[in-house]
Design a protein around this ligand. Sequence first.
Ligand SMILES: [Zn+2]
Ligand SMILES: [Zn+2]
Length: 179
Amino acid sequence: MSRFGNGSAIAAGRVRTAPPSDGGAIAQRRITAMPAMPDRFWGKVDKTDGCWLWKAAIGDDGYGRFNLSGGGQIMAHRMAYKLVKGEIPEGLVIDHVCRNRGCVNPWHLEAVSQLENLLRCPGWPGHRTHCARGHKFTESNTWLWTDKRGRVARYCKACWAVRHEIARKKKRRPADESI
Ligand SMILES: [Zn+2]
Ligand SMILES: [Zn+2]
C-alpha cells in the first residue's frame, strides 16, 4: 500500500472544491485595489449584527471622518463603500439605507443620484413632484443646492431659466464694460 493511497482518503475529507477561475481573478483585483489602509480603517469600526458603527471622529453632520495617511480626510462611509464595493460612480452620492449616518456597513450603503437620495429622505417633501409653476421635478430639470449647514434646496431649472432671462433683460449693460 503506498502512502499516497492512504493520503487520498484523508485528503477527500479536507480538500474543498477549487474556486471557479474567475473567482480568483476577482479576489486578486480586490487585493490590488486595497493599499495597507484597511486594517487601520476597519479597526475603527464596531461591527454589530446590523449597523457597523464608526468609533473614530464624527463630524457635525453626523457622518464619520477618516484621516488618510497621505493627509486629508474622507467620509468614513464613502471609504467603506470604496473598499468593499469599489469606486463611487461619478455624480452619485452614498445613501444610508439604514438612515444611520454613523454606520459604515457597506451593505447599508447604496450609490444613488443626489435627487434620489433626497426623495428617500423622510424629511424631504418628496410628495411634491412638480414646482409651484407646474414643471416636473425630473433629474434633468432639478438643481440641488447644499448650503454650509448641509441643508439642501431644490430648484426648478425651467423656472430658473425664466427668471435669469428676465434679470438679464433688466440690466443690459453698455458693451464697453465687458472687458
Ligand atoms: Zn447601517
Ligand atoms: Zn418650474
